[in-house]
Design a protein around this ligand. Structure first.
Ligand SMILES: [Zn+2]
Length: 360
C-alpha cells in the first residue's frame, strides 16, 4: 500500500497476482533467449526441438497461471484448531446462508438497516456462517453438528471436504453430538443419495429434541414452512436408527463433554461445554443467528424458533451469564471460526471474536 500525491491510499497488486505475472514474464524471456540463440549462435538444437521446447515453456507458464488463478478464486480451507484441557477442537465451516431481516418478526427494515450499517455490512440479507466442531477426545473423533448437507446450493454442504482438508476422515467419526435437529445441523448426516456420511458414527441427541421431531403428528400441526425440516430430521434419524443414543440435557453424553439445556429455539436445543479450566469453550449452538442484530437486540427472535419468547429469554440469560462469567463461547452461526466472548454494551450486548492463536 502506498500514498498517492493527493494523500489517498492506493493498493499495489496482490502478491499472488505479481507472482503469476512474473512467471509469465520469465516464460517469455526464455522463449526470447531461445530465439536469440538460434539467430546469433547458430542452431544449438534442431528446429523441431526448439519448437517443442518453446511450446512446453509457454504451456507450463499458462498452466501455472491458470492453477494460481483457480486457487485465488476459492477461499482458503475453513478449519481452525484449539486445544483445551487435553481436547483437540477443530472449528469447521460448512458454508454460509443469507438471512433476511424479515425472518426476525420483531425487526423493522429501518432498524435492521441501521444495525447492519453499524456492523459495516450492506443492509439486506446478511451472510451467516454454518459451523460445526470436531473434538478429538480419548482417542475418539467426535463431531458436534453435521452442517446442512448437499441440498442447499453452492454456499453450503462443505463440511466433509473441510474435514478432509483438516486431516479428519468422516469415516473415522465415532459419534455425532447434535445440538438440535434443524436442517442446518443434521442435514449433513446424509449425502446426496440419502446415505450416511459418517458410516461408523453413533448419533447422540437430547431426549426432548428426539421426542419433538419424531412425533408422527408433528407435520400435521406444524406450519407449512417447517414441514421440510421435519422431513429432513426424520430422514437423518431413520438412516442412523440402529445407532441413536438419547441423553438428558445437563448430563455428560460423552466423558469430558457436558451438555447444557438451552430450550427455546427448539424444545431440546442443547449446548456443550468442552473442558473445565478458564479456557473451556461453551458451544451454545443457535443462541445467535445474526450477530449484528441479536447481540444489541437479544429480543429479536427468529421465525424458525419453535418458541420465540422462550428462545429470546434464553438468549438474554445466556448472554448475561457469558458476559458475567467471562465464558469463552462458540456458536454455529457466529462468523467462522465462531469463537469469542460476550460483553455488555448499554442495554444490549456485543460480541468480541477471539484473535487467532497458535496451537499450544
Ligand atoms: Zn441453525
Amino acid at each position: 500500500m502506498k500514498a498517492s500525491m493527493s494523500g489517498q491510499l492506493m493498493f499495489t497488486p496482490d502478491l499472488e497476482n505479481r507472482f503469476s505475472k512474473a512467471r509469465l514474464r520469465q516464460a517469455i524471456r526464455t522463449v526470447h533467449l531461445l530465439l536469440v540463440n538460434v539467430r546469433w549462435r547458430g542452431p544449438v538444437m534442431t528446429r523441431r526441438q526448439f519448437e517443442a521446447a518453446a511450446l512446453a515453456t509457454v504451456l507450463t507458464a499458462s498452466v501455472e497461471a491458470r492453477a494460481t488463478s483457480e486457487v485465488i478464486a476459492r477461499q482458503a480451507p475453513a478449519h481452525y484448531r484449539l486445544s483445551v484441557d487435553g481436547l483437540r477442537i477443530t472449528a469447521l465451516c460448512d458454508g454460509y446462508l443469507n438471512l433476511a431481516h424479515t425472518l426476525f418478526p420483531a425487526a423493522t427494515e429501518q432498524h435492521a438497516s441501521e444495525l447492519a450499517h453499524a456492523a459495516f455490512l450492506t443492509p439486506g440479507p446478511l451472510p451467516t456462517a454454518v459451523n460445526a466442531f470436531a473434538v478429538e477426545a480419548g482417542g475418539r473423533l467426535i463431531l458436534i453438528d453435521a452442517g446442512v448437507g448437499p441440498s442447499r446450493g453452492d454456499t453450503l454442504g462443505r463440511l466433509p471436504a473441510e474435514m478432509r482438508a483438516a486431516g479428519l476422515d468422516p469415516a473415522l467419526v465415532a459419534a455425532v453430538l447434535l445440538t438440535h435437529l434443524h436442517t442446518d445441523h443434521c442435514g449433513g448426516l446424509l449425502d446426496a443419495d440419502g446415505q450416511p456420511v459418517f458410516p461408523n458414527a453413533e448419533i447422540l441427541v437430547a431426549e426432548p429434541e428426539w421426542q419433538f421431531w419424531s412425533d408422527p403428528g408433528l407435520a400435521a400441526r406444524a406450519p407449512a414452512a417447517m414441514r421440510p425440516m421435519i422431513s429432513v430430521a426424520n430422514q437423518a434419524l431413520g438412516a442412523y436408527r440402529q445407532r441413536i443414543t438419547r441423553f438428558m440435557p445437563g448430563t455428560e453424553p460423552i466423558p469430558g463433554i457436558r451438555s447444557v439445556a438451552l430450550a427455546g429455539h427448539t424444545p431440546g436445543h442443547t449446548g456443550f461445554i468442552l473442558g473445565s479450566s478458564n479456557d473451556a469453550v461453551f458451544i451454545w449452538a443457535d443462541i445467535v443467528h445474526v450477530a449484528s442484530y441479536q447481540f444489541p437486540r437479544p429480543e429479536w427472535g427468529l421465525s424458525f424458533d419453535v418458541d420465540q419468547t422462550a428462545a429470546a429469554d434464553m438468549r438474554a440469560r445466556t448472554f448475561a451469564q457469558a458476559a458475567g462469567d467471562r465464558l469463552r463461547v462458540a456458536g454455529m452461526h457466529l462468523a467462522f471460526p465462531g469463537i469469542g466472548h460476550v460483553v455488555r454494551d448499554g442495554a444490549g450486548f456485543r460480541y468480541l471474536a477471539e484473535d487467532w492463536r497458535p496451537l499450544r
